[in-house]
Design a protein around this ligand. Structure first.
Ligand code: ATP
Ligand code: MG
Length: 445
């Protein structure tokens, strides 16, 4: 018998009856209930699992509802007209109800961690799971999940919660604990390190010490994760309302340096602490906007996170190569973005507005605090608002003159400020010569 089989044999599923847990059908989305009932009525097992059960148990509103079943993906598809099968690494059924998607996953089996061999439809690479489509029982499914608190199963058949991994106790204690051997679980999927930090920040939980200890020394394994997956994870980490707290923990566990290496290095070598304050300010403002239900865009946040690299390279190009500011900004933003996407992908729909935010910075400096015509024209720029917000952040940490930011604030209120005596730009360089016309906002690439 392998260790894992022994583990399953020894498994004491703890069944918590409806009267002893707080999950009510009234709090589960109608669509998730519809999926659960239809699976059950077709003779399959159907459980709500993952964040839905965890967050409801904590009295929080879940972000989405995940369903686990013994029905195969094709069998799920046959039950729902509005169902699509997705994924290669994990084959999943997505049941669509307008904007809401209920994710239905078939119970997955465990695999022997000692072997790199392909068995069924599992593929391993250097201990990492790259494909995992061998189906199993609900017990096996529970053990291959990441954290104990993510492994609680709400059973639609009798409304009980089945707890295979002592998740309820950890939920009560506020602990994030990996199921099984932490090192092996991180090796199988290094993104679990990011998930640990994400849930800790989101729920205000502590990462249990054995689950926390290996993270700094295993953080470099993130280098093997595809850039597109890391982009998705970064959004969940930094754009879910607890960005500032999450950032601090990412830095603490040495994970941030594998996501944003240049930024991390520049933060560490910045003796004035401007960059850490700048990124914190950007994250706090994003968190604030999310709390107020205002729209947020990854372009703004990514622009902020890459700004230290852009700013330093721009300054270098101006000082050493004598480039004009607009040109230096073009080159520096291209360099910073192309360097960054080697680690974390940035889709074009975000990198283009990022460039616009950057390229508008010198223009806001040049045409701010001057007679109004050109400033007026900038107000109509589709990216003006983002660029202005960006300037406010810069001013907040002393990376741009506060009086310039204030001028733009007043100017938008219709007060055309007279030019004060001092230097309009107020930046580090005093270049008054206007560069030859260059298209400042890129359209292509
Ligand atoms: P939220 O949706 O609030 O971000 P969640 O826990 O539901 O949190 P999902 O990414 O939706 O997270 O995943 C659903 C469930 O699938 C998780 O709760 C966990 O049980 C399992 N899971 C997700 N990703 C992994 C992973 N990398 N390794 C093991 N189990 C995972
Ligand atoms: Mg979820």
């Amino acid at each position: 018998m392998t260790d894992q089989q022994a583990l399953i044999e020894a498994l004491q599923a703890h069944i918590i009856p409806r009267s002893e847990h707080g999950i009510s059908r009234a709090d589960i989305s109608d669509n998730a209930l519809k999926v659960l009932y239809r699976l059950k009525n077709a003779g399959y097992q159907a459980y709500l699992v993952g964040g839905g059960v965890r967050d409801l148990s904590l009295g929080r509103e879940p972000k989405d509802f995940d369903v686990a079943t013994d029905a195969r993906p094709e069998e799920v598809k046959a039950l729902f007209r509005n169902c699509r099968l997705i994924g290669r690494r994990f084959r999943l059924a997505h049941v669509h109800f307008g904007p809401e998607i209920i994710e239905v996953a078939t119970f997955r089996a465990l695999h022997d961690p000692e072997s790199d061999e392909v068995e069924g439809d599992v593929a391993m690479q250097d201990g990492r799971i790259v494909r995992d489509n061998v189906y199993g029982t609900v017990e096996e499914d529970a053990l291959r999940r990441d954290f104990t608190i993510n492994s609680l199963y709400y059973n639609i058949a009798d409304f009980s919660v089945v707890d295979f991994a002592d998740g309820m106790a950890d939920l009560k204690a506020g602990l994030l604990r990996l199921i099984g051997d932490p090192e092996q679980r991180y090796r199988e999927d290094p993104v679990r390190m990011l998930r640990a930090v994400r849930f800790a920040a989101k729920l205000g939980f502590r990462i249990e010490e054995h689950s926390a200890a290996p993270i700094p020394r295993m953080a470099s394994m993130l280098e093997h994760i595809p850039q597109a997956r890391l982009f998705d994870e970064v959004l969940k980490l930094l754009m879910a309302g607890q960005g500032a707290e999450t950032f601090e923990q990412l830095r603490h566990y040495h994970l941030f340096e594998y996501l944003f290496p240049d930024t991390d290095r520049l933060i560490d070598t910045d003796e004035h602490g401007t960059w850490i304050r700048f990124i914190n300010a950007a994250l706090r403002s994003t968190d604030q906007r999310i709390a107020e239900d205002k729209p947020v865009t990854p372009a703004f946040l990514f622009a902020a996170i890459l700004w230290p690299a852009v700013e330093e390279e721009k300054q270098r190009l101006m000082d050493e190569d004598g480039e004009h500011e607009a040109q230096a900004m073009q080159l520096a933003s291209s360099a910073a973005i192309s360097q960054q996407v080697r680690r974390v992908a940035i889709p074009k729909r975000f990198s283009l507005p990022m460039r616009e935010i950057y390229l508008l910075q010198p223009r806001l400096q040049r045409y701010g605090m001057t007679p109004a015509k050109r400033a007026q024209r900038l107000l109509g720029h589709p990216r003006f608002r983002a660029a202005y917000d960006f300037l406010l952040l810069r001013a907040e940490v002393g990376n741009a003159p506060q009086e310039l930011a204030d001028w733009w604030t007043d100017f938008q209120k219709g007060k055309d400020m007279p030019k004060p005596g001092g230097d309009a730009a107020g930046g580090r360089r005093r270049r008054r010569r206007r560069p030859r016309r260059k298209p400042v906002v890129e359209s292509g690439q």
